[in-house]
Ligand binder design. Structure first.
Ligand code: B12
Ligand code: SF4
Length: 494
């Protein structure tokens, strides 16, 4: 039996975060004596990937999954790998929230539910030893099928000591993941905790992490970051955690101890003057804020446990005390409880926040119901019909109309205009003033039909992309656009 295990995360084109899930799983496998390799590629790599698997004949192929378009190459590759007679293992958040649905597909053999490190090693041993059916049945965290029925003994307790595992940086091309963070050009995302104690109704956290929060030890974090400084000359860190300030004072101390320019997620209630001044003094470059909605009723309906007025307070404090910090606020529209007036409140707030702070970026996602999340039953009750096959989940995207109560065509226009005005904050030549005025008018009136200017823009960009004089005209027309955000290259240039 082969000792090799191939792991892949099909990323989207914007994705620039290291595939931490696979890096942790790979470490566990390596500690147990296996030879894992990691791929983190777009769908363009599909054919080559299958050829590599065919040549390597690994013990199994593990796929990391999130709900949405990147499932498409995952499904295609899984089918091809399964046809080669090599076991297909799905893990990650998507597979964790619907293991049984996944296993109904003939091309998926095993699902690792929730944290993968321990489960995957037991699975590898069982496959290597060609173990009896009972061995597989007894593995906690492993769902699989035997004789047409789905077997799942139950979830495994969370890993008690996160420090046992270290992401395998040597298995990925680290240089590819270095990002710009303010003036610092070699920032790297790190992940120092897991989970979140909050209960937002749309989020995977309550169902997957069950409102728990754990952290790597301070010693581990400092040692990891020093190692990254030494080996990859990083000069800033992005704490990619869901909830960085699970314990405020100890986390502040840790950020100080690490001593590098940083970025991370902060909830609005923390962004009071003293905290913001501390962020400034510790060289924070950008902050991610889950603002979600300007309407208190909608915030309450999603159990955000957040005051709507704190959003503006947070941005005002950032403007006053730390104007150099980029504030990335994310909003969700299309929640089951939201009515049109409440959506307008959110849209108005976004415009106001961007007027208040020239470094604010406000992105809007369209609500996407995930099975098991607190809002799931509500979505079903309101007529949402979940896909019956994995292919159906590929169409779900945060800029699409994912539910019967949000139109797809309008969502796509809404997302594009949001990207241009409030994420990219593109600024064009004076000649484009009427175009931007039209976009603003649409935003204020929430009117996203007959998007003729978008069609013209796309047609022009397609031609300009071929180079020549039109490309130069394009640059002249749009001297500033957001190509350098931490989110990766902006999709839209005008
Ligand atoms: C950083 C991040 C990103 C980064 C990059 C992610 C990446 N490189 O994989 C960026 C910003 C690019 C991103 C983009 C998106 N993300 Co994202 N992201 C995250 C975030 C915050 C952290 C992921 C992470 O590294 N976790 C840390 C590791 C250690 O945990 P893990 O990945 O879950 O892995 C563990 C287990 O799941 C399991 N496991 C994972 N994979 C595998 C594979 C195998 C074979 C096995 C055995 C086990 C296993 O073992 C791992 C170790 O215990 C999560 C939230 C979260 N905390 O997980 C959201 C999250 C995963 N993202 C989410 C979404 C929706 C997206 C997007 C689809 C959004 C969009 N439409 O653009 C895109 C799609 C990205 C893609 N791959 O194409 C959702 C997924 C929900 C769902 N139902 O699947 C999450 C859960 C956020 C949320 N609150 O809902 N994301
Ligand atoms: S605070 Fe963020 S990570 Fe925590 S439950 Fe809410 S959305 Fe999820």
């Amino acid at each position: 039996m082969s000792n090799q295990i191939i792991l892949i995360n099909f990323r989207n084109h914007r994705d620039m975060y290291p595939p931490f899930g696979l890096m942790y799983v790979a470490d566990a496998l390596r500690q147990a004596g296996y030879e894992p390799s990691i791929y983190h590629e777009t769908e363009d790599f599909l054919q080559e990937f299958v050829e590599r698997v065919r040549a390597a004949k690994p013990l199994f192929v593990g796929f990391s999954t999130v709900t949405g378009p990147q499932l498409k190459p995952t499904i295609d590759a899984s089918r091809a790998v399964h046809a080669l007679g090599i076991p297909v293992v799905w893990g990650g958040v998507h597979a964790t929230i619907m293991p049984e649905d996944c296993l109904r597909e003939e091309y998926i053999d095993y699902v690792v539910v929730n944290e993968g490190e321990e489960t995957v090693v037991e699975l590898a041993h069982a496959l290597r030893d060609d173990a009896a059916a009972e061995t597989f049945q007894k593995i906690f965290g492993l769902a699989h099928k035997r004789g047409g029925t789905i077997q799942f003994v139950g979830e495994r307790p969370f890993i008690a000591d996160l420090d046992q595992y270290t992401p395998t940086w040597d298995l990925i091309p680290v240089e590819r993941y270095l990002i710009q963070s303010g003036a610092y050009d070699r920032a790297l995302p790190v992940y120092i905790s897991r989970g979140c104690p909050f209960r937002c109704g749309f989020c995977y956290n309550e169902v997957v992490m069950k409102r728990t929060w754990r952290q790597h030890s301070d010693e581990y974090v400092v040692q990891q970051i020093r190692w990254l400084e030494k080996n990859y000359r990083i000069n800033a860190v992005d704490y990619a955690d869901d909830y960085l300030f699970g314990r405020v004072t100890p986390m502040k101390r840790l950020v100080e101890k690490v001593g590098l320019p940083w970025s991370g997620q902060v909830r609005v209630h923390l962004l009071k003057p003293d905290f913001v001044k501390w962020m400034r003094d510790t060289n924070c470059q950008w902050v991610n804020i889950g603002a979600e909605s300007g309407s208190q009723r909608v915030l309450d309906s999603m159990h955000k446990d957040q005051k709507a007025e704190h959003i503006e307070m947070a941005v005002r404090n950032l403007t006053t005390y730390a104007p150099n910090i980029e504030a990335n606020l994310s909003f969700i529209v299309g929640l089951p409880e939201e009515n049109i007036v409440e959506r307008q409140v959110t849209f108005d707030l976004i415009e106001k926040l961007c007027d208040l702070n020239e470094k604010a970026r406000c992105s809007v996602c369209v609500y996407m119901p995930y099975p098991g999340t607190p809002l799931w039953e509500d979505a079903l009750a309101r007529g949402f019909i979940p896909p019956t096959h994995q292919e159906g989940w590929c169409d779900f995207d945060l800029n699409r109309g994912n539910t019967p109560w949000v139109s797809d065509a309008e969502s796509q226009v809404l997302s594009e205009i949001n990207d241009i005005l409030f994420v990219g904050r593109s600024r064009g030549n004076a000649l484009l003033a009427p175009y931007y005025a039209l976009l603003r008018w649409r935003w204020r009136n929430m009117y996203f039909k007959y998007y003729f200017e978008g069609k013209l823009k796309h047609a022009f960009e397609d031609v300009a992309a071929r180079g020549g004089i039109l490309k130069r005209i394009h640059r002249w027309l749009v001297p500033y656009n957001n190509t350098q955000t931490h989110k990766g290259p902006a999709m839209e240039s005008i």
